[in-house]
Write a protein that binds this ligand. Structure first.
Ligand code: UTP
Length: 471
């Protein structure tokens, strides 16, 4: 057993032996003082019993038991079509606007992901997605918050959850861009925790002689990140009651949508979610629904073919509440979850994880070779009372940037932004140039600082000349 003077480190080393993870110390004697210090710091930061527990439960003792699942669709507030529903929406909006004007709404942006599918070296939020201006995702989000602050004459704090992968790059990017015009005191960066991955035998993986591979602990890490930073106090001191939670890669969001906030408030909900209809029955999107009586998000891969195509009497899809991961969480609910010490469960995913060979050379595998563990924010549905699910039009609110090509690629997101802005322009009675098949010619972009939504756009565009808008 390796012996060191530092007591804390020695305890961690003892735990590595106890949980049969001592193989990570293989190169210990060969490390320089500097390398040894870096490695010791990492070892001290790892929750070794948690890794042991996850490896045992999900890998070593894992037995795939196919449990029979009873699925049921949830109740959803549909997109209003009839007069009475439009009225209800208007009522909800009033309450949401009151909360906004009272400064009770904060925003929580999760941006700690590794963007592996997109394959970026910088945080995804810095991706230049603006079809014409190349505005980044971060800029689009912050400008919407700025426009809302101006509209309601109130400060709206933005909490950005980063990870080891995105923290420094994000802060530097915001500083270089003067926080895109929001007061810097209103933007807080809070770093989420990391969790080691394991190989097929349940062993932690070295990706350097003095480094264990870890990944961010999932978007469910939000709760721990709020707990471990001073963010909760900050929210309470500012009088924030509702947190609008969103993901960095969705370019089409209605940030802090007053209708959504209003429904959350009117239903005394602790956690709410927007949902979108699937593009087609086999779309790979998580679905909100009941699993054995508990509300949650069901992975698309967990549905049987019959469930995927199951229909209601009116012919519509039975399981059709796709989750775009847009939520409102009451701050009192978050506080209670932290107080109770509720632990979100970890989900495992089989992924390609870089490792070092017996000779110490770095290898990037071409096939998945290990398990990453992550927690998911929507597992909190189980804990929440009066969950509100509100259906929205995905062309107006959901277009995530995930892949390099094909679906959810930069090209598709730019097209979707163009379609949205084109629909506003048309509503303002301005002609949008299209080709002979009706496809919009080129790209269109509107600054969130000019108009936040269609209503806003129509008002502002009135009296403007065609050329000015097409500048
Ligand atoms: P995804 O799971 O799609 O991950 O995250 P990703 O990093 O964007 O992309 P891949 O899977 O590596 O290709 C959805 C949202 O949750 C955030 C991401 O930043 C994104 O906004 N997220 C994900 C976190 O903040 N932390 C995590 O640990 C995981």
């Amino acid at each position: 057993m390796i012996k060191v003077e530092d007591e804390v480190l020695q305890k961690q080393i003892n735990l590595l032996y106890e949980y049969k993870q001592e193989h990570v110390l293989k190169w210990w004697d060969q490390l320089s003082i500097e390398e040894g210090k870096e490695f010791s710091d990492q070892i001290c930061s790892i929750n070794i019993p948690l890794v042991g527990e996850l490896a045992k439960k999900h890998v070593i003792d894992y037995e795939q038991i196919i449990k029979k699942k009873e699925l049921a669709p949830p109740e959803v507030i549909s997109i209003p079509k009839e007069e009475k529903d439009i009225e209800k929406e208007g009522e909800a909006k009033k309450f949401g606007e009151i909360a906004l004007k009272n400064g009770e709404v904060g925003c929580f942006l999760v941006a700690g992901g590794q963007s592996t599918r997109l394959g970026l070296n910088s945080p995804k939020g810095t991706y230049p997605i603006g079809p014409i201006t190349k505005r980044s995702l971060y800029q689009i989000h912050v400008e919407k918050i700025k426009a809302l602050s101006e509209k309601y004459d109130i400060r709206i704090p933005l909490y950005i959850m980063t990870s080891k992968y995105t923290h420094e790059g994000t802060i530097k990017y915001f500083e270089t861009n003067q926080f895109f015009g929001l007061p810097s005191q209103d933007i807080r960066f809070i770093q989420q925790g990391m969790v080691p991955a394991v190989d097929r035998q349940g062993n932690m993986i070295l990706d350097k002689k003095n480094h264990i591979f870890e990944n961010p602990n999932g978007h469910g890490g939000t709760i721990l990140a709020i707990r471990d930073s001073n963010a909760l106090n900050d929210m309470k001191q500012r009088g924030i009651k509702y947190l609008f939670y969103f993901q960095v890669d969705n370019a089409l969001l209605k940030i802090a949508d007053p209708v959504f906030i209003g429904y959350h408030f009117l239903n005394k909900s602790q956690m709410s979610a927007k949902v979108v209809a699937k593009k087609h029955p086999e779309e790979k999107i998580g679905l909100v629904g009941y699993v054995n009586g508990k509300l949650g998000v069901i992975e698309y891969s967990e549905l049987t073919k019959e469930e995927v195509y199951a229909k209601n009497e009116d012919g519509s899809l039975k399981f059709n509440a796709g989750s775009p991961a847009i939520h409102i969480l009451s701050v009192s609910f978050i506080e209670n979850i932290i107080f109770k010490g509720t632990k979100l469960k970890y989900h495992k995913a089989f992924k390609k994880i870089p490792y070092i060979s017996e000779e110490g050379e770095i290898i990037t595998p071409s096939e998945p070779n290990g398990y990453k563990f992550e927690t998911f924010i929507f597992d909190l549905f189980e804990e929440a009372e009066n969950v509100v699910l509100m259906e929205v039009n995905r062309l107006e609110e959901f277009s995530p940037l995930k892949n390099r090509e094909g679906s959810d690629s930069p090209q598709e997101v730019k097209k979707n932004l163009t379609k949205l802005y084109a629909s506003w322009i048309k509503k303002a009675n301005i002609e949008v140039p299209v080709d002979k098949d009706g496809e919009i010619l080129g790209y269109i972009e509107t600054s969130p600082l000019f108009a936040l939504d269609q209503e806003d756009f129509i008002q502002k565009a009135e009296g403007m000349s065609f050329q000015r808008i097409w500048r």
